[in-house]
Design a protein around this ligand. Sequence first.
Ligand SMILES: [Zn+2]
Length: 319
Amino acid sequence: MNRRGQEFLGSPWRRWSCRVLLGLTGLTVTISSGGLVSKGQEANSPKIVATFLPVYMFTKAVAGEKTEVEILISPGTDPHEYQAKPTDAIAIAEADVLVKNGLGFEEFLDKLIASAGNSQLKQIDTSQGIEPIEEEEHEDEGEEHHHHHHEGGNPHVWLDPVLAQQQVINIRDGLIDAEPNNGEKYAANAAVYIQKLQELDREFKARLTPMQGCKFIAFHDAYPYLAKRYNLEQMAVVELPEDSIAPRDLQRIINAAKEFQVKGFLSESGANDSRIAQISKDLGLPVKVLDPVETGPLDPQHYFTAMRNNLTALEEVCR
Ligand SMILES: [Zn+2]
């Protein structure tokens, strides 16, 4: 099942996000029972629901401060393992607009939409128009390893600052279509966010160009778009079992590192995972944290903070 779950269990966001979600659930009830518009919500704003963190951040950036955006998957939960809750069906039943990543990432969604019975629902697929990269095939995958294969190709497009711009454009156009009266606001907000994404892209280019061809091993198949964009090479993705690591798994990592002459490891827990720390020590190769931005704070500006930390981690491994 989940090979990263343990890392997220200790996340400080988990408890915090539960409170946020409870608040939102309460709000849903208030709106449905009283027909009230929540405090601070603009009267003519559509009710917008986004599926998980990056899609939420991009949507919130376009919708603006005063427009409420609900998030289905609490930002402390690993979205790969998400199981829909009854409150999700309620949220979708009451929504005007649903924003999703697409590329098969939200596998739970189709069933949920069918059960919500909302014929007016407008869906925005943020990955529309993006050319997908196929997911890594995992060799040597035993029966006990549940491999999570997405239908539409690798879904982690938000980790490429250029493709993220396309996602924001899709959200902008979808929201304008849903609520033309707010069109100018959505266009202006999107322009500000896209400009910041362009700046981020320029920073990535400037700092990673000298490191072109850098080879690394990751522990989550989240970075093929990022690697392709900046000419880095994700040589292997080694998914670790969540509890015990078999000697043959360790051997696979060591073999891959030697075979591909990688510069280092990019993991989600860095050297906190004793198994990765040991391999890194044995091989004398650095291990740094790369954040897939699937969990974290809800602030749309958090995307830039997380991505700049990723840029530093890539530099530290590749130099
Ligand atoms: Zn992922």
